[in-house]
Design a protein around this ligand. Sequence first.
Ligand code: ATP
Ligand code: MG
Length: 427
Amino acid sequence: RMLKCQFILFQMIITNESQWDEMLLIKGVVVIDVYQAWCGPCKAVLNLFRKLKNEFSEDDVLHFAVAEADNILALQSFKNKCEPVFLFCVNGKIISLVKGVNAPLLSKKITELVLEERAIASGQKDHSIESASRQLAFFFPNFDTDKTEQKMEKTLALIRPCLLKERRGKKSILQRIKDDGFKIAMQKEITLTEEQIHEFYKEHVDQDYFPVLLEQMTSGPTLVLALTRENAVAHWRDLLGPKTVEEAMKENPNSLRAQYAVSNVPIGQLHGSSTPDDAQKELEFFFPQEHTLALIKPAAAAKHKDDILQKVKDAGFRISKIKEESLTREMAAQFYKDHEGKPFFEDLLSCMTEGPSVIMVLTKENAVEEWRHLMGPVDPEVAKETSPGSIRAHFAQDILSNAVHGSSTKEHAQKSIECVFGELDLD
Ligand code: ATP
Ligand code: MG
């Protein structure tokens, strides 16, 4: 079938919707230079693109295009941006983007995608990532991923009560968030108290709209999300679109604010932090740092201490205090006060006092819950089935010597920490 679009050199030119739709039908990888009518496509990348086109000429999976932002609906959000933007479309789906002429990053992305496509075509998808990185090392022997990859960042996102109540919103917004390359690091639904709203919006308390905001925000649960990806703050704001629904509808109909507009509500239903500094403050507000008491039980302390400590650090916990010490019966009984009288209580005390334990204060947002999650279910057989990544799945011997202990509530944590380390000045 003949393509209706014209080619100049090797780039397909897209200046209207039907050409855009044609492009989406192309099999394989299309690298799209999104340009502004007034300045034209980016010339600085042409040599690089030509070189890559030659490198991968044997299989017909790599294509290039230039697309004018002004005339194409899907590109509305790139209108009037001065910085060059490159989109990567794989089998009709835009899957990522690079801003600016970052040659190493562009080469790497393109090579990765092409090798991935090749691997899929030859039916070895499972090994594709491994072989891609092997082949990447071959093509770019001096390539240092850490330097070119942008830094991971966190931002705070709120879905306010009115939109959340509609329910249609939640699932598909979460999907859009994932499609856009964000990871949801933490999430919770909470109904904020008046006090919390005064605190969170303290700069807005004197504004006319504050009473409406207050009424809105206390009317039901808000979904609070901590989102991570490179450049998360700016990306989330881009995805949200312009501030007001009217502007969003006009300027970026694809944006979340346009797509999830709730009529008759004067308060915007979606929020994102303005700067990385703001993000940190706002995240701290909703997900305050917490401490928990964690303990590596004697049997595991003897055999798997280093592996367990590694898992603790990999999961992002700070070890605020640590000591190795044999528990006395009294201490063990204090940890397990709730189990006194149960048939396994005596055995539990013996198992806890048979040698030195590693006792720690772990610090992180949501630490109590997250540590329990990382420990896994109490019974190692269950842990292996339902939480194969958990510490107990890996290192527990049996239900008594199940590798680790963790406080079950914030209050327990505080008591146990005091009992082991005395009054602490943790922050
Ligand atoms: P922990 O309190 O040690 O962090 P947990 O909160 O997951 O673990 P609990 O139900 O509080 O589990 O039990 C405390 C400890 O008692 C467990 O770590 C386990 O070693 C032991 N235990 C719990 N249930 C049983 C049981 N049915 N038989 C034997 N030992 C048990
Ligand atoms: Mg417990």
